[in-house]
Design a protein around this ligand. Structure first.
Ligand code: GLN
Length: 484
């Protein structure tokens, strides 16, 4: 087997047993990136020199018996996480020249455990999108079929792990951007509870919804990485000051008797037969594993999309007001005066989808409409959160498809924002309620992967990871990889 074919866990074992070195592993990925990524476009920046230096340092620590928890494992970071002295673009022209002066907590924590950074991954501009077609740095292709999208906004992270151009990758999820690309690229992706992973140095889109997480090949790999990214951070006031469980250990927890809820309103949504069929097959797998299935009701699901598309743009319009051409990032040429500087910097620096969101958000927050839109949306958000509270009185996890279908052809939904927004119909409710969600492969259709989603109660990432891990012990969907 070639080194990139091993899972992160197997690579860690190999490094610990000196079967191969981190330099060999890192070089293998760098070589693959050079030959395969030009047709996929999953990386915006490849940090070759830094990666090799970090790999050498890791090997040095192994030889001295002083290895760190994740020493020498090469991963990629979504280009939304600030990395000191390394370009951090958020997929936008606005930050196309921005070298972050500091590293985000997620990146620092992983560096502290010896992780090697291969580079920064492509993404939808400011994480707004479901297809990775809105990046200033070009579209990302789905490694399973280059005519199809990898999903978004963490499309670069998903495509690079799926194409075996990194062992795993960091990602963020505001309305589905970890779980949806995980589903479309055949990966395991987990969005933890809001506040579990620090948002310090993670460029803001919609602060009350954004959460960092992981895209990996298996639930086991996701557990290993998540355990090392999570934890309290005094630099993020919404970070939870609660001990992080030992996720890699928790994945083995018994799941017999696990109560799985099927929200009947989710299954009433329009979806092709193949999605229904693979979800039903997955339910059978869980029954065989000893889980108990129960129908539950989620009466307010229809509010999720409209609520999200008021709140996320409202928060984004406030967050993105900082890009004014004055302090950092892109600045228009030869501004005539201050107003001209603001106007042209923002109209030239932002792409169409970002502008659409800023306009919607500014409108929803404006004096005359605040009560009618923003306040109303906040109240509806509470109703959706209440649906979850009610459901978790009788079940442990909530099961549904991750997306209403497999990946779609690039260009197919680009000019129909509503159709694009529907991609997140099953994922958005968890963000609105701040709950953890996981997606993992459960089938395929026409050679493209499909994902299954489980949403858990607050801080129950361990339960989700163990449910996914047990599924992966008896199925092979997660072992399939695209031919490149
Ligand atoms: N697709 C959703 C959006 O465009 C979610 C994005 C995300 O989770 N970052 O807003």
């Amino acid at each position: 087997m070639e080194l990139h074919e091993f899972t992160l866990k197997q690579q860690l074992d190999g490094l610990r047993n000196s079967t191969f070195s981190s330099v060999e592993l890192t070089q293998n990925y760098l070589k693959r990136i050079k030959s395969k990524d030009p047709s996929i476009n999953s990386y915006i920046t490849v940090t070759e020199e830094l990666a090799l230096k970090q790999a050498e340092d890791a090997d040095d620590r192994y030889s001295k018996g002083k290895a760190l928890t994740l020493d020498g494992i090469p991963i990629a970071h979504k280009d939304i996480f600030c990395t000191e002295d390394v370009l951090t673009t958020c997929g936008s022209k606005m930050l196309s020249n921005f070298k972050a002066p500091y590293s985000s907590t997620v990146v620092s924590k992983l560096f502290d455990q010896g992780v090697v950074m291969l580079g920064k991954t492509n993404m939808d501009e400011f994480a707004m999108g479901s297809s990775n077609e809105t990046s200033f740095f070009g579209e990302v292709k789905n490694p399973w079929n280059l005519d199809y999208v990898p999903g978004g906004s963490s499309g670069g992270s998903a495509a690079c792990v799926s194409a075996r151009l990194a062992s795993a990758a960091t990602a963020t999820d505001t309305g589905g951007s970890i779980r949806q690309p995980a589903a479309l690229c055949g990966l395991t992706g987990i969005k933890p509870t809001y506040g579990r992973v620090s948002r310090y140095g993670m460029i803001a889109f919609a602060s009350s919804l954004d959460q960092g997480g992981v895209l990996a090949r298996t639930a086991e790999d996701a557990a290993i990485l998540l355990a090392n990214m999570s934890g309290h951070d005094p630099k993020d006031s919404t970070s939870l000051n609660i001990e992080v469980p030992d996720y890699p250990k928790e994945i083995s927890n018994d799941i017999s008797g696990l109560k799985i809820g099927l929200p009947k309103e989710f299954f009433e949504q329009e979806m092709p037969d193949y999605v229904r069929k693979s979800t039903e097959e997955a339910i059978e797998v869980y029954k065989d594993l000893g889980a108990e299935i129960e129908e539950i009701s989620f009466p307010n699901i229809d509010l999720s999309l409209p609520v999200y598309y008021v709140l996320a743009p409202a928060e984004c319009s406030a967050n993105l007001s900082r890009y004014d051409g004055v302090r950092y990032g892109f600045r228009c040429e030869e501004p005539k005066n201050l107003e001209d500087l603001y106007m042209r910097t923002r109209s030239e620096g932002f792409g169409a989808e970002v502008k659409r969101r800023i306009l919607i958000g500014t409108y929803a927050l404006s004096a005359g409409y605040y009560d009618a839109y923003y306040l109303k949306a906040q109240k509806c958000r509470r109703l959706i959160a209440n649906d979850f509270t009610e459901a978790f009185k009788s079940v442990d996890v909530i099961l549904s498809p991750t997306t209403p279908g497999t990946s779609f052809k690039a260009g197919d939904k680009k000019n129909d924002p509503i159709d694009m927004y529907l991609q997140d119909i099953f994922t958005i409710p968890a963000n609105l309620a701040g709950l953890p969600g996981i997606s993992f492969p459960c089938g395929s259709y026409n050679g493209l992967p499909l994902g299954l989603q489980l949403v858990g109660n607050s801080l129950e990432e361990g339960k989700l990871l163990s449910a996914a891990h047990h599924f992966q012990e008896v199925t092979n969907w997660h072992k399939e990889s695209p031919e490149l």
